[in-house]
Design a protein around this ligand. Structure first.
Ligand code: NAD
Ligand code: WQD
Length: 336
């Protein structure tokens, strides 16, 4: 077993991955500056696993604060989640995004070299593909010019890691291109905690159902899709968390210095299908209306996951109803 530094480990995907890491016996050090998370998440992780990961409240763009973590702990592997992730905000404040997402990455890679970290797993995104010319999207699908500074930080981030890993014989690195992660842990002790009005579909649905929002706007009903609404590849966050464990295992057997994978279920769902699934598992009617398109939205995208299935030996197991059921249970737990 190894000691894994999880940056952004109190966030949505980082907290679920920390649970999976602890449950198979790894030591975990979480670093998070709480810019988009809360300390209660740590208590949720502790309750689920009966274990207490080390927690450092620090900013990984600060090289001095970050170095102290490596001086104190012998880190074998890093899973780097910490980043700013709001696409719209990144258009308004690009430098904030380049600074937070790229300075943090460069710091961590420099420290990896200095402290001989062997494995590095990076949170990338399906956003690197933009509006794909063919579906499903495989890893051979060309990466298009990024449509937002946020997306650009993921493209540049992947390139930095690939170059660095090539130059550093001590390290193996993997980027995971997540499609749309949703859902929550079965315990309802951890889940997604959007601050303010959610931009993403599923938290908006569950907040509308719980009465926090009046009505959901479905952005566009006239797309070239079977029901006119956009199609995405939604993936359960626990399935996604497990892909990180498989990536650490893969680093031990990979021959190249760097590799990258799509992480999705391999099938697409429309916005209306997501709403129907929510209504089915909750037994409620959702208040929604079809509205104008949201600018910048991709019409349809879903992953070809065969590379991850075969090479990472990982496959998504949970279906859309399961995702919506756990997302709804989590939302209800926040109200009690
Ligand atoms: P999140 O905001 O819930 O988690 C990120 C965590 O990082 C937060 O707890 C935040 O406080 C922390 N953080 C941010 N900047 C930091 C810094 N400089 N120093 C220390 N901590 C910092 O986001 P998430 O949904 O869990 O996403 C995790 C990663 O996955 C991000 O890199 C994101 O870009 C990527 N990603 C997310 C999605 C998605 O839809 N959620 C999709 C594709 C890729
Ligand atoms: C999903 C679908 C909306 C809200 C974003 C980022 C992407 C990646 C994942 C990080 C779309 C529709 C949404 C609403 C709606 N993140 N929708 N009403 O846009 O696929 O991807 O998160 O890397 O980079 O762009 O996710 O959840 O915002 O939208 O109709 O109130 O739901 O139009 O079709 P998206 P989303």
């Amino acid at each position: 077993m190894e000691k894994v530094l999880v940056t952004g480990g109190l966030g949505f995907i980082g907290s679920h991955t920390t649970v999976e890491l602890l449950e198979i016996g790894n030591d975990v050090v979480i670093v998070d500056n709480l810019s988009n998370s809360r300390m209660e998440v740590l208590h949720g992780i502790e309750k689920i696993t009966n274990k207490t990961p080390d927690f450092v409240n620090a900013d990984v763009t600060d090289s001095k604060q970050s170095k102290e973590i490596f001086e104190k702990h012998k880190i074998d592997s890093i899973i780097h989640f910490a980043a700013s992730k709001a696409v719209g905000e990144s258009v308004k404040q690009p430098l904030l995004y380049y600074r937070n997402n790229l300075t943090s990455l460069i710091n961590l890679l420099e420290l990896s070299r200095e402290f001989k970290v062997r494995k590095f797993v990076f949170s990338s995104s399906c956003t690197v593909y933009g509006e794909p010319d063919q579906l499903p999207v495989s890893e051979q699908t060309p990466v298009k010019k990024a449509e937002s500074p946020y997306g650009n930080t993921k493209q540049i981030g992947e390139e930095i890691i690939a170059d660095f890993a090539r130059s550093n014989p001590d390290m193996k690195a993997v980027s995971l291109r997540y499609f749309n992660p949703i859902g929550a842990h079965d315990s309802s002790l951890i889940g997604e905690l959007p601050l303010g009005v959610p931009a993403n579909l599923v938290p908006f649905i569950t907040q509308t159902a719980s009465g926090l929002r009046e009505s959901l706007s479905v952005w566009g009903g006239d797309y070239d899709t079977p029901d006119g609404t956009c199609i995405r590849d939604y993936i359960h966050v626990v399935d996604l968390a497990k892909a990180h464990i498989k990536s650490l295992d893969y680093c031990d057997r990979m021959s190249d210095s760097y590799d990258f994978f799509n992480v999705g279920t391999g099938s697409g769902s429309s916005v209306l299908e997501v709403i129907r699934s929510f209504e089915k598992v909750s037994g409620m009617k959702l208040n929604y209306k079809i509205a104008d398109r949201r600018s910048g939205d991709v019409e349809k995208t879903y992953a070809d996951t065969s590379k991850a299935n075969e090479v990472l030996e990982w496959k998504a197991e949970r279906d859309l109803d399961d995702m919506m059921r756990t997302a709804w249970k989590w939302q209800q737990s926040l109200r009690s």
